[in-house]
Design a protein around this ligand. Structure first.
Ligand code: NDP
Ligand code: GDR
Length: 373
């Protein structure tokens, strides 16, 4: 029997990798996409299957996590074996701007799905994965963080995700639903949204190297994160739903780096070495040396990074470091891609795009490069 999966957030970074992964495993994959005024399926266009063709195994449904009747209808039509709730307003800084919307989608969205499973009598047949987050630890109480480290969320996003975490545990305990939380630390890829810090850096520096932008404006570059690759992490999401009994797992690499280090690696991939000077909001990064031909638009001495307090958060999560021992012991999961390898892949991808733009510009066919971040 072909297994059926339903993914909320299929158009996002993780959703697109998970859909690819499940299609390769032979699943029929259903995804919920939001209606937008312009196309928003770029990350899954390469696996799109014409619905007019027999046996198409990828099916997209219009929907929204804020709409229970829509979610209930989709669940009753699809009757999935597995639901992966990846949909969310996932940007921490944006959650301070839109806290109520974030709560509705990220907290209530999980509840709406779990209630739909219960209402439709799917408690014994549908397994549920909740995309929980290391942001739950916030003001960290213990390092490294494990499944038993106390939570202290520091943003409307994290507080909403804390509700989703506990309602997932509650529906498991109250109704026997096979429901799991993956407490995932930051994970990135060339498909990462352009305004998250890693992608902002790789894309921004590649654009600067090609003369498409002048300067990268950053927030707290001393922040510390445990960064993994999204491909490794979606594999784990699936593994969690294949166990005999449901459980919650930390997914992390166990290694920690600063945003500043990620900037230095990215620059090095472009053949640039940087010198940081100044302090606090007056800190800048200047080009100390250039090798190779990846940064034709730059000269030694150019200032290419400044601090902009606009990117400071009202409450910051300064440091995160996960301990994935339980996932290793119980599920045999180990991350395969290092943060440095991932950074190199992201820079290569963004440099390709920047070169394409620069070439078009050189031939008078300019396309605007979006620098809003
Ligand atoms: P993205 O921001 O890339 O993707 C989020 C997805 O959710 C998109 O498909 C988006 O649709 C969809 N979405 C947003 N709002 C709604 C809504 N109201 N109704 C339905 N769908 C909606 O996130 P990631 O792929 O990086 O993360 C996946 C999940 O994992 C998220 O829940 C995130 O909070 C969580 N997480 C992520 C981590 C990371 O480091 N990446 C770490 C820990 C947890 P659209 O494309 O239309 O915007
Ligand atoms: P995070 O990721 O908040 O950890 O949430 P993000 O990449 O946005 O920030 C990481 C750290 O970098 C600092 N920072 C900046 N961040 C952004 N976005 N832009 C900047 O200019 C900038 N300068 C410094 C931040 O202050 C922060 O400390 C991500 C999301 O994917 C969540 O959905 C997920 O739950 C967590 O990871 C785990």
């Amino acid at each position: 029997m072909t297994k059926r999966a339903l993914i909320t957030g299929i158009t996002g970074q993780d959703g697109s990798y998970l859909a690819e992964f499940l299609l390769e495993k032979g699943y029929e994959v259903h995804g919920i996409k939001r209606r937008a005024s312009s196309l928003n399926t770029q990350r899954v266009d390469h696996i799109y299957q014409d619905p007019h063709v027999d046996h198409a195994r990828l099916k997209l449904h219009y929907g929204d996590l804020s709409d229970s009747s829509n979610l209930t209808r989709i669940l009753s039509e699809v009757r999935p074996d597995e639901v992966y709730n990846l949909g969310a307003q996932s940007h921490v800084a944006v959650s301070f701007e839109a806290p109520e919307y974030t709560a509705d989608v990220d907290a209530m969205g999980a509840l709406r799905l779990l209630e739909a499973i219960r209402f439709l009598g799917l408690e014994k047949t549908t397994r549920f994965y909740q995309a929980s987050t290391s942001e739950l630890y916030g003001l960290v109480q213990e390092t490294p963080q494990t499944e038993t480290t106390p939570f202290h969320p520091r943003s409307p996003y994290a507080v909403a995700k804390m509700y989703a975490y506990w309602i997932t545990v509650n529906y498991r305990e109250a109704y026997g639903i096979y429901a799991c939380n993956g407490i995932l630390f930051n994970h990135e890829s060339p498909r990462r949204g352009e305004t998250f810090v890693t992608r902002k850096i790789t894309r921004g520096l590649a654009n600067i190297a090609q003369g498409l932008e002048d300067c990268l404006y950053m927030g707290n570059i001393d922040s510390l994160r445990d960064w993994g690759h999204a491909k490794d992490y979606v594999r784990m999401q699936w593994m969690m739903l294949q166990q005999e009994a449901p459980d919650d797992f930390v997914i992390a690499t166990g290694k920690q780096y600063s945003v500043r280090e990620f900037i230095t690696w990215s620059a090095a991939e472009l053949g640039i070495s940087l010198a940081f000077s100044g302090e606090g909001v007056d800190e800048i990064a200047t080009i100390a040396a250039i090798t190779g031909d990846k940064a034709p638009a730059l000269n030694v001495g150019d200032v290419i990074l400044r601090i902009d307090p606009r990117y400071f958060r009202p409450a910051e999560v300064e440091t995160l470091l996960g301990n994935p021992a339980k996932a290793k012991a119980n599920l045999g999961w180990v991350p395969e891609i290092t943060a440095q390898q991932m950074c190199a892949e992201m820079v290569a991808n963004d440099l390709k795009e920047a070169r394409r733009h620069a070439l078009l510009r050189a031939h008078g066919m300019d396309l605007p490069v979006s620098v809003e971040n």
